[in-house]
Design a protein around this ligand. Structure first.
Ligand SMILES: Cc1cc2nc3c(=O)[nH]c(=O)nc-3n(C[C@H](O)[C@H](O)[C@H](O)COP(=O)(O)OP(=O)(O)OC[C@H]3O[C@@H](n4cnc5c(N)ncnc54)[C@H](O)[C@@H]3O)c2cc1C
Length: 419
């Protein structure tokens, strides 16, 4: 590789960064430890099923995703805007009434929260949609639960809706996350669809990687150390470039840069082959009962038939954390599933269980959006999760913005070098 820029990591951050660098005329290539692009966004194939690695979705509102991705080619399949929430011994539908006004009477009558709570949702929506993203991240910060308390939401709606829904997004059962991160995610749910690509989440990084110049990614090569303007690979090989961009996950970035890493949150997901789906629609099911190991459940094959072979359905069950051994966790999961869906569950066959201890960094306050790209040394730039909040939007945006800044910097340095 004879490169102007070496990017470390072919997750969404590194892919977006490299794509923009190449569009700007720089010779940029990626060093990637794994054997495929996408990092934490992955889809495994098993017996004709598509298993996204953990419960992941694309929020179509994400401004950077709209810029960079071809949504039509991803053939996006939206979830119903809202959720089916298990409370007591039945499911209740929560709907986004801006998109489904006909559901208003049902929403007003549901036991998920009081009438006042439903009016407060209007206030929260107005607040979360106000101003730019930068304005949102500049607001006074508190935990999401404190914000909900201050806005007057009852414990009932917090326990039955906000916690199961948003705690599932952040992998934080108590929702002790930053109010800024919470409002950002609320905005994403309010202004766009929550969707899966028809052939699995891995289509997102695949689409980006196919737009890079041929042979731009060197797979199976792990960067062991950063040297002065060089990377040292595990193999002992050294590679030099004018600039090096660290675009790895936060933990690995911290190791390479010699700084402290952020604590991470995890999730455990069970995947079942079912002869029939437990429900028909493109719904997300939430556990609003306040007990049992399940956080949420979905049936991806209800959204896209590519997720399961003909005549079968895929059911994905998501639980918080990774402390429990999956073999110990599964029996109570099955008890809860049987309580919800009856004996049919006995015919569900476990396909896989994924234990993902380092899914997302803890998002307790303070959470700030990057003010500008980070150049740590003349030759060293850092982007991604160690510098920005986690999410598909921030990964793409931090990669692209770092590339823009790097292009400008190298161009002006080249001009300055001219006699
Ligand atoms: C289970 C789960 C669910 C999620 N759900 C959502 C969601 O619904 N919506 C959303 O917006 N976001 C979600 N996220 C977050 C989102 O997926 C991530 O924020 C984003 O994909 C991070 O991309 P990245 O490129 O910054 O990091 P990564 O995806 O971690 O990519 C880093 C890459 O760097 C490589 N690498 C690391 N160290 C080295 C090294 N030393 N040398 C060479 N290569 C190296 C890794 O192999 C990897 O490919 C979820 C994440 C998980 C895990």
């Amino acid at each position: 590789m004879d490169l102007d820029v070496i990017v470390i990591g072919a997750g969404l951050t590194g892919l977006a960064c490299t794509l923009r660098l190449q569009q700007g005329g720089l010779r940029a290539g990626i060093i990637e430890a794994a054997d495929r692009p996408g990092g934490r966004i992955a889809t495994d194939q098993q017996e004709g099923f598509l298993l996204d690695r953990g419960f992941q979705v694309l929020q179509t509102w994400y401004p950077e995703a709209r810029q960079l991705l071809d949504y039509a080619a991803l053939d996006l399949r939206p979830f119903y805007p809202g959720a089916l929430v298990r409370v007591g011994n039945r499911f209740h539908r929560v709907s986004d009434i801006w998109r489904h006004p006909e559901r208003l009477p049902e929403m007003l009558g549901s036991p998920i929260g009081s009438l006042g709570d439903k009016l407060r949702l209007l206030a929260l929506r107005r607040r979360a949609l106000q101003g730019s993203i930068a304005d949102l991240y500049a607001r006074p910060e508190m935990t999401a639960t404190r914000l909900l308390d201050e806005l007057g939401f009852s414990q009932r709606i917090q326990e039955r809706f906000f916690k199961p829904f948003f705690a599932g997004v952040f992998f934080e059962p108590d929702l002790a996350v930053s109010s800024r991160a919470f409002e950002f995610v609320f905005r994403a749910f309010a202004l766009g669809d929550t969707a899966l690509p028809a052939r699995g989440m891995a289509e997102i990084p695949r689409q980006l990687s196919t737009r890079l110049l041929p042979d731009s990614i060197r797979f199976g090569a792990r960067v062991e150390r950063l040297l002065d303007g060089e990377v040292l690979l595990d193999s002992g090989e050294r590679l030099r470039a004018r600039a090096i961009v660290v675009a790895t996950d936060g933990t690995e970035a911290a190791r390479l840069l010699g700084v402290a890493s952020k604590p991470m949150r995890g999730t455990t997901c069970f995947y079942y082959a079912a002869p029939r789906p437990p429900f028909d629609g493109p719904d997300l099911v939430l556990n609003g009962t306040g007990h049992g190991p399940i956080n949420s459940l979905l049936c991806p094959s209800n959204l896209s038939s590519a997720y399961a072979p003909a005549g079968q359905s895929l059911v994905t069950v998501n639980c918080f954390g990774t402390d429990a051994d999956p073999e110990t966790l599964e029996p109570p999961v099955r008890v809860q599933l049987r309580d919800w869906y009856g004996e049919a569950v006995d015919h569900w066959r476990r396909l896989a269980v994924y234990r993902l201890p380092a899914a997302l960094p803890v998002q307790a306050p303070p959470v700030t959006a990057p003010a500008r790209p980070v150049r740590m040394k003349d030759w060293l730039w850092v982007c991604g999760e160690s510098m920005a909040p986690p999410s598909i939007h921030w990964a793409l945006s931090s990669g692209s913005q770092t590339a823009e800044a790097l292009i400008d910097a190298l161009q002006s340095e080249r001009l300055a070098e001219r006699p």
